[in-house]
Design a protein around this ligand. Structure first.
Ligand code: FDA
Length: 324
């Protein structure tokens, strides 16, 4: 019989797998958006349904000394008109952020920009956002989706990254420690001087391409993190894992890696205590702030990351049964 911790890890892995499968169910997403208690809980992870609602939340983070990157929620878009609308939302965002004196830093997904429909459409849309970023000195991070998009996303990054980055405009990528290929990708991107956000990986992936054991993913994260910290390429360490964060601080301090040589990144509404603590201690912290009506798959990934989030949601749903 497996011991208690092995059994609970198995149960967690099974729960994660179910939630990530449900995250693709569009019909469930349409239903979820109508239930008031789900919407209330979503508010913990999402800064609003519109840019006007999100901007004050971004301003509050700035007032607390945090940096931000803003994400207009949306992914796996199947209609060209929606991909073009997403592009227009980002163009409006890149006007609104500097107008309010906020960080010119956005994060977007290829499948939101049309990559699932047609590669050329995604290139055109992301290209338009990057052109605006070049004009306004902004930073565009291309988020990494599941492994079917990895090569295409890295190709897009290589193609669209501006040659002249003197006004601060740049395009960065994301590497997922869970993927077996990531060590090679990190080496290639570092050699090109590219800016990487390192995360563990939020998608359900087959064993052939990704580590399945949490311990293996954590180990890979730490290995890649050390490589990036020592690379001088201004990496973004995207994690809420206290043990890993402590290790980064320990290595940076011991090796004289400056506080301006990398940044920590965390998700809006996740471990706010840790965000405050790091910021107060003088470390750079950037918060990933999502907003928009298409929050369902993003929200499901957040539930999958922490089973306690699911029991909290179920308790509230039970308490409010019949009221919706
Ligand atoms: P881990 O899952 O081990 O969690 C460590 C601790 O953090 C937990 O014990 C808990 O306390 C807390 N925690 C983590 N998630 C939580 C949650 N949802 N609710 C409450 N507490 C939580 N992924 C991807 O595939 N592509 C991408 O482009 C990105 N981009 C990205 C940007 C940023 C800024 C962040 C922080 C993360 C991503 N991710 C991502 C998501 C990432 O891959 C990963 O799924 C989550 O960050 C959770 O992993 P942790 O590193 O936090 O560790």
């Amino acid at each position: 019989m497996p011991d208690r911790s092995a059994a609970s890890e198995l149960a967690e892995r099974a729960m994660r797998s179910v939630l990530l499968s449900l995250s693709h169910r569009k019909s469930l997403g349409r239903l979820a958006t109508k239930v008031p208690v789900t919407r209330r809980m979503v508010g913990r992870f999402v800064a609003g349904e519109t840019m006007e609602e999100a901007l004050p939340a971004i301003e509050r983070l700035h007032d607390q000394g945090m940096r931000t990157t803003v994400d207009v929620l949306g992914e796996s878009v199947t209609a060209e008109v929606d991909a073009r609308a997403a592009c227009a939302d980002y163009l409006a965002l890149l006007d609104a952020l500097p107008a309010r004196g906020l960080d010119r830093n956005v994060s977007l997904k290829p499948s939101q920009m049309g990559a699932k429909i047609d590669e050329a459409l995604a290139r055109e849309n992301i290209g338009a956002v990057v052109a605006k970023a070049i004009e306004t000195g902004a930073f565009v991070r291309i988020d990494m989706e599941d492994h079917r998009y990895t090569d295409r996303t890295l190709d897009l990054w290589r193609e669209l990254r501006p040659a002249d980055r003197s006004n601060g405009a740049d395009v960065g990528v994301v590497i997922q420690a869970a993927l077996r290929r990531s060590e090679q990708d990190v080496e290639a991107i570092v050699a090109e001087g590219g800016r990487i956000r390192l995360c563990k990986g939020a998608y359900k992936e087959p064993e052939s391409v990704a580590f399945q054991d949490k311990a293996e993913v954590d180990e890979a994260y730490e290995r890649l993190m050390l490589r990036l910290l020592r690379s001088g390429t201004y990496p973004a360490l995207a994690t809420h894992d206290v043990r890993i964060i402590k290790r980064a601080i320990e290595v940076a301090t011991a090796e004289g890696i400056g506080r301006d040589a990398f940044e920590f990144q965390m998700l809006y509404g996740v471990r706010r205590d840790l965000q405050d603590e790091l910021c107060a201690a003088g470390w750079r912290v950037r918060v990933y702030v999502p907003f928009g009506g298409q929050w369902y798959p993003y929200f499901m990934r957040r539930l999958a990351e922490r089973p306690a989030n699911v029991s909290f949601l179920l308790r509230n749903l039970w308490r409010e049964r019949g009221r919706a």
